[in-house]
Design a protein around this ligand. Structure first.
Ligand SMILES: *[C@@H]1O[C@H](CO)[C@@H](O)[C@H](O)[C@H]1NC(C)=O
Ligand SMILES: *[C@@H]1O[C@H](CO)[C@@H](O)[C@H](O)[C@H]1NC(C)=O
Ligand SMILES: *[C@@H]1O[C@H](CO)[C@@H](O)[C@H](O)[C@H]1NC(C)=O
Length: 207
C-alpha cells in the first residue's frame, strides 16, 4: 500500500520531461539570410505530448537561450503543428546581427495535457547572415548569458577569422563585430579563452 503510493508519487515526479517537437530544420549548422525566405520544419519526436495534442502554437524567432530569450520576429500567431509540417517566412534583416544567435520558440495556444500549462519548445540555435540590425542591450545580455559570452559569427571561415565578441560589449558598439579583428578591445580580451574554445570545437550551444 505504502509502496504503491510511493511508486505513484515517484511516477508523478518523473512525468515526461517533454520534448515532443523535433525541429528538422534548422539544425545548429543551418544558415539563414536576412531578406530571404526561410523554411522551418518540424516533426513529432514520438514522446508525449504529441503534435496533435499540442495543437495550435505560436512560433517566434528569438535570441538568447531556452530559459531566457527575447522575441525578435513573430513567425505566426498560430499554426496547427499536427496538421502542417513547416512554415516559410521572410527573415526581416533589421531584427539583429550576423551570428549564431537565433532559435525558434513554439508556444502552445492552450494548456497541454502533460504539463498543464502552455507548452514551450525550441529549435537548435542557428546562424543568420546578411542581417542589418543591432541588438539592444537587453538582447545582447540574453545572448551573452546563453552563449557564455561568445559565439562564432562566421560559420564557414577559418578559426583565424573567427571573431568572438562579448555581446554585452556589442551593445555599446553595434559596429564592434565588424571591426573587432582590427581594433583591440576589452571585449576581445575577455573573449580570448573563448576563441581557443572555438578552435577546440568546444563551445556548447545547449543553454
Ligand atoms: C511543407 O509541407 C508541405 C506539406 O504540407 C509540403 O508539400 C512542402 O513541400 C513542404 N515544404 C518544404 C519547403 O518542405
Ligand atoms: C549576403 O552577404 C554576402 C556576404 O556578405 C553577400 O555576398 C551577398 O551579396 C549578400 N546577399 C544579399 C541578398 O544581400
Ligand atoms: C550540432 O548538432 C550536432 C548534431 O545534432 C551535434 O552533434 C553537435 O554537437 C552540435 N554542435 C554544437 C556546437 O552544438
Amino acid at each position: 500500500m505504502l509502496l504503491s503510493a510511493l511508486a505513484t508519487t515517484l511516477l508523478a515526479l518523473a512525468s515526461p520531461a517533454s520534448a515532443a517537437i523535433f525541429t528538422a530544420r534548422p539544425a545548429n549548422s543551418t544558415i539563414g539570410r536576412g531578406g530571404e525566405e526561410f523554411t522551418l520544419k518540424w516533426m513529432d519526436d514520438g514522446k508525449a505530448p504529441s503534435l496533435a495534442d499540442i495543437g495550435v502554437a505560436r512560433i517566434d524567432l528569438c535570441v538568447g537561450g531556452r530559459t531566457n530569450n527575447a522575441v525578435v520576429q513573430q513567425i505566426t500567431p498560430g499554426v496547427d503543428l499536427g496538421k502542417q509540417p513547416n512554415i516559410t517566412f521572410v527573415v526581416n534583416p533589421s531584427i539583429g546581427e550576423n551570428g549564431q544567435y537565433y532559435l525558434f520558440k513554439y508556444t502552445s495556444a492552450s494548456n497541454n495535457v502533460v504539463e498543464g500549462k502552455a507548452y514551450e519548445q525550441f529549435s537548435a540555435r542557428f546562424f543568420m547572415q546578411n542581417m542589418t540590425g543591432s541588438f539592444s542591450g537587453e538582447q545582447s545580455a540574453l545572448i551573452a548569458a546563453a552563449t557564455s559570452g561568445s559565439v562564432q559569427q562566421q560559420p564557414t571561415q577559418a578559426v583565424a577569422n573567427t571573431v568572438a565578441v562579448s555581446k554585452s560589449a556589442v551593445a555599446a558598439s553595434a559596429s564592434a563585430s565588424a571591426s573587432a579583428s582590427s581594433k583591440p578591445s576589452g571585449a576581445e580580451q575577455l573573449a580570448a579563452p573563448a576563441v581557443l574554445a572555438v578552435a577546440a570545437g568546444a563551445i556548447a550551444y545547449l543553454a
